[in-house]
Design a protein around this ligand. Structure first.
Ligand code: G3H
Length: 258
């Protein structure tokens, strides 16, 4: 890897959707999340929280002067149901509450069963519900899509239906982001010729984990792709490692595999 460990940590921090999607989340937990985002090392691109915490996260970010940090949330999460109307209603509510970005779970089980239409319809309708006010990221749940062809097809459908980003995973299944899935998704983006972005999410815990995805994206899409407008990491457990590296602690104490 040509970048220094510190450069990687700095870049990954800027590209990160710092995430808390736990059943135990509370206003206090979201305050803690927002506070952790306010560091002298720089802030993440976004905070990703459950819809019921969008208003609170926005309030806390304003209080902490983190006004440049976007607030993201999730819909149709985590199961990826085929209920388009419900996914749209959740998305409309999230945008109404002030979400800047909505991560909707693609109906991946339906695709596995051969239904391509419901996924297209859901993404198109949720994109419309975002009404130019919010970005739509589409979670493909690649670890549950059984073949490379299905990952490729889910990517194509989401991109054609208007996704602003395609995202690997919810972080709630056994297999989350993998370099193999990322490669297929990035190739689908390249071949679409669109401005669709990419988000690696689920199981990214260290700068070393993240560096694999940075390298892949750079190879496939070029270095200009590595900006928050096109590339994100979704992670709940990565910030400590990045801060440790940026604080100059040794890789061992920072928990990386460098
Ligand atoms: O969207 C982000 C994921 O839910 C985060 O997954 P993680 O908890 O494995 O970092």
């Amino acid at each position: 890897m040509s970048r220094s460990e510190r450069d990687v940590a700095q870049l990954v921090l800027r590209l990160m959707d710092l995430t808390s999607l736990n059943q135990s989340d509370s206003p206090a937990a979201i305050t803690e999340l927002c506070t952790s985002a306010a560091s002298s090392y720089g802030s993440p691109a976004a905070l990703c929280v459950f819809p019921e915490f969008v208003v609170w996260a926005k309030h806390e970010c304003e209080r902490l002067n983190l006004t440049q940090v976007k607030i993201a949330t999730v819909t149709n999460f985590p199961m990826g149901s085929i209920d388009v109307a419900r996914a749209v209603a959740e998305t409309e509510r999230a945008v109404g509450a002030g979400a800047d970005e909505v991560d909707v779970v693609f109906p991946y089980q339906a695709l596995t069963a051969g239904d391509e239409k419901v996924g297209y319809d859901m993404v198109q309708a949720c994109k419309q519900a975002c009404a130019e006010r919010a970005l739509l990221k589409v979670i493909l749940e690649t670890g549950e899509l059984q073949t490379p062809q299905l990952i490729r097809r889910a990517s194509e459908i989401a991109i054609q239906a208007g996704a602003d980003f395609i995202k690997t995973s919810t972080g709630k299944v056994a297999v989350n982001a993998t370099p193999e899935a990322a490669k297929m998704m990035l190739e689908a983006i390249r071949e679409s010729g669109t401005q669709c972005g990419f988000k690696a999410a689920g199981g990214v815990r260290t700068a070393a984990d993240a560096a694999v995805y940075l390298d892949l994206a750079q190879q496939i899409m070029g270095s200009s792709f590595l900006s928050p407008e096109r590339f994100r990491f979704g992670a709940s457990g990565l910030l400590t490692n990045l801060h440790a590296i940026l604080a100059g602690q040794s890789p061992a104490s920072a928990g990386t595999s460098y």
